[in-house]
Design a protein around this ligand. Structure first.
Ligand code: SAH
Ligand code: F3S
Length: 481
């Protein structure tokens, strides 16, 4: 199951192919969303030109970087704990330098240097190209910081080094930042304004990945449906573009089509969609191309109109249901997943019941569910009181999770007896006799290895299923192979 925040990957240190001439050692660890993991690949690529090879041994590192997440308080606490660990190691290796990257760097800025004495370097998500200069300052014995957010930076010109890759699936970043201003969310403050990457550089990356043996890409952005390229510039300035720019602009549906046609055997996924920005031309494009996976992550956060309004989600429950019904009509096979927040300020039992009833109406295949965590600087923090007691948030969260698990089970059970195409990604568990991969609908599937190998497209007959996993027997290569 593809996770927005993949718990199994949190804190994974990243290692890439080493350059012989490089003598310095970089330990880089990532927390949070897929975008952070993707950014760490960009950072590693920039630093490999500065003489750094990656290591997964913290004790050996000359430079330790942690790419951080601010989405909930818990994410920040996890990073604080890691900094304590680095501090302990630094005592035995005083030359080791420590840098904080990502959303916490952006949110806390120079406070980090004051609060956490061991931190030498603070770099926000749009300033990674400045790393070589910042490192030079650190080497001269000064603390260094760059948290300037950019209106243009997309790192489109940097080819990311694939870290700890399975060689089969990869993320391709297409937009950065978010303009939606959901009142609970810190992302617009930590990642800045929304901007799109040049489609040519995206296509080049997709083609390059195919030539290196990759079989599946996920187009990545905080709000992919909002993708818009008209020669550069912010989405919000599109009105000011010339007629020519407007006529030749590329929107998300067009970008999807370009990727699907460029590599007809490459599976294409995307994440994340936003209900207010997703248009039916995207759904129709998905229907037109077999290689675009039939899966949409469509966070809704709440089933209550009143709460949606307080969250500034810019769509009603009815509009969301209408979109879902259109998806089900155009793509009957498509699975849909959700993000939900329980205990947003002022949420009543009735609002919570609305969330449960929305879930019953949609029947999501799976979801990512969270108790509301107040984030400093957001509109909700400034204007609303965090008034739902923690026990109530947690009890509602449990009810939402329990209902989701029922629906997930119904979904996985519905595949029993069917034959589905799976792209093999890795061993189910290290040293296991089973392969693990996903079907087009993004459901996890395990089956005996037999003679198949990682990267093969295999038809698998599903014989049983748990709440989250399909279990089957391979029946042969699929025609995609
Ligand atoms: N558009 C983004 C959303 C990022 S945040 C994307 O690419 O996925 C991922 C999810 O975290 C949100 O959909 C929301 O459900 C949850 N979240 C965000 N802020 C939160 C908060 N303050 N408290 C609890 N959950 C939150
Ligand atoms: Fe956050 Fe809403 Fe954007 S959840 S990332 S502000 S769409």
């Amino acid at each position: 199951m593809e996770k927005i925040i993949d718990e199994s990957k949190q804190g994974e240190s990243l290692v890439l192919e080493n350059k012989k001439e490089n003598t310095r050692k970089l330990f880089i660890e990532s927390y949070g969303c897929a975008m952070n993991f993707s950014d760490s690949e960009i950072v590693a690529s920039i630093l490999s030109n500065e003489g750094f090879n990656t290591t997964n041994k913290l004790e050996d590192a000359d430079l330790v970087l942690v790419n951080t997440c601010s989405i909930r308080d818990k994410a920040e606490q996890t990073v604080r704990k890691r900094l304590e660990k680095y501090n302990a190691v630094k005592k035995t290796n005083p030359k080791m330098k420590v840098g904080v990257l990502g959303c916490m760097a952006e949110r806390l800025k120079s406070k980090f240097l004051e609060e956490e004495k061991i931190v030498d370097l603070v770099v926000g998500p749009d300033a990674y190209k400045d790393l070589p200069n910042l490192l030079a300052e650190v080497e001269d014995g000064r603390d260094a910081i760059n948290v300037i957010l950019s209106k243009e930076e997309t790192y489109g010109d940097i080819s990311p080094v694939r870290l700890n890759s399975n060689g089969v699936t990869a993320f391709v970043s297409i937009t950065r930042g978010c303009d939606n201003m959901c009142t609970f969310c810190v992302v617009p403050f930590t990642r800045g304004r929304e901007r799109s990457r040049d489609p040519q550089s995206i296509l080049e990356e997709v083609n390059d990945l195919w030539s290196k043996g990759y079989k599946e890409i996920t187009l990545l952005g905080q709000n992919v449906d909002s993708y818009l390229w008209y020669g550069g510039g912010l989405k919000k300035d599109f009105d000011k573009a010339t007629d020519m720019q407007k006529a030749t602009a590329t929107n998300f549906a067009k970008l999807l089509e370009m990727c699907a046609e460029a590599q007809p055997k490459m599976r294409i996924r995307f994440s994340t969609s936003n209900p207010q920005d997703m248009t039916l031309d995207v759904v129709e494009t998905m229907a037109k191309y077999d290689n675009i996976c039939k899966y949409i992550h469509l966070p809704v956060q709440s089933g209550s109109d009143r709460i949606l309004k307080e969250m500034n989600r810019q769509h009603t429950r009815e509009e969301y249901i209408e979109l879902i019904n259109n998806i089900k009509r155009i793509l009957p096979d498509c699975t849909i997943s959700q993000d939900m927040i329980t205990g947003f300020p002022t949420e009543t039992e009735e609002d919570h019941q609305d969330t449960l009833s929305l879930m019953r109406e949609v029947k999501y295949a799976f979801g990512y569910m969270f108790a509301y965590s107040e984030r400093p600087g957001t509109l909700a923090e400034r204007k609303m009181e965090d008034d739902v007691p923690l026990e109530v948030k947690k009890r509602r969260l449990q009810e939402v999770i329990d209902l989701q698990l029922e629906h997930s089970y119904e979904k996985t059970q519905s595949f029993i007896g069917k034959t589905v195409e799976i792209l093999i990604e890795k061993e189910a568990r290290k040293g296991d006799k089973d392969w693990s991969g996903r079907n087009s609908q993004n459901l996890l599937c395990v089956f005996p290895k037999e003679h198949y190998k990682v990267g093969d497209y295999v038809n698998v007959k599903i014989t049983s299923a748990t709440k989250t996993t399909l279990i089957g027997e391979p029946v042969g290569y699929s025609e995609n192979n």
